[in-house]
Design a protein around this ligand. Structure first.
Ligand SMILES: [Zn+2]
Length: 200
């Protein structure tokens, strides 16, 4: 893991590396507890697969935070729409997935556009609640890029809501987090929500 990513991950409390062997044993135990036999041919490889699947879903890919000087003094909103979001709800360890719209009003530096998606992934590949995920992305950008404003909207469907409990399939939960001018200036805020395609 790069030093940069390790440093970014340290902003998330309680996040350590995945112990694959221990996870495999735990999944085998869970299968037994659920009344299934992990020694049958069909389930023999399931603990290993599940452990690797969770490890992947909980580990963001490495990235360098590439920023460039804002030489042209671009001061309008920069917005990336429909960034895929895949995360795991920390209450049920079931996926929630959808899209994020991330925008910022540039200050002295601008960010490589693909990096906005990487910042979303940095916090999404974790046990999460959507509200916290949204806030963490906004706060991270505010802290590392020091723009004049940041806006993050996430729309996601939670499998714990669509497959169990209320079984509200297709329901999307919308959360937003705003910083700086996008929070304080009604015109900028309105422009952000309009470009993000969200009625606010
Ligand atoms: Zn849940």
């Amino acid at each position: 893991m790069t030093e940069a990513l390790t440093r970014h991950l340290q902003v998330v409390p309680g996040r350590n590396g995945v112990d694959l062997a221990a996870a495999e044993r735990a999944v085998a135990d869970l299968l037994v507890a659920l009344g299934r036999d992990p020694d049958t041919e069909h389930l023999a490889d399931t603990p290993r697969r599940v452990a690797h699947a969770y490890a992947e879903m909980l580990t963001p890919r490495e990235f360098d935070l590439t920023t460039f000087p804002n030489d042209e003094g671009y001061d309008e909103l920069v917005l990336a729409r429909d960034i895929p979001v895949q995360s795991l709800c920390e209450h049920h360890m079931l996926p929630f997935h959808g899209v994020a719209h991330v925008g910022y009003l540039p200050g002295a530096r601008i960010l490589g556009l693909s990096k906005l998606a990487r910042v979303v992934e940095l916090f999404a590949r974790d046990l999460q609640v959507q509200e916290r995920l949204t806030k963490q992305v906004a706060e991270w950008l505010q802290r590392h890029l020091a723009p004049h404003g940041v806006g993050v909207v996430i729309e996601a469907e939670h499998l714990c809501m669509s497959l169990r409990g209320v079984r509200a399939a297709g329901t999307r939960t919308v959360t937003s987090a705003l910083q700086g001018l996008l929070r304080e200036d009604p015109r900028s805020r309105q422009e952000f929500f309009a470009l993000a395609g969200v009625n606010a």
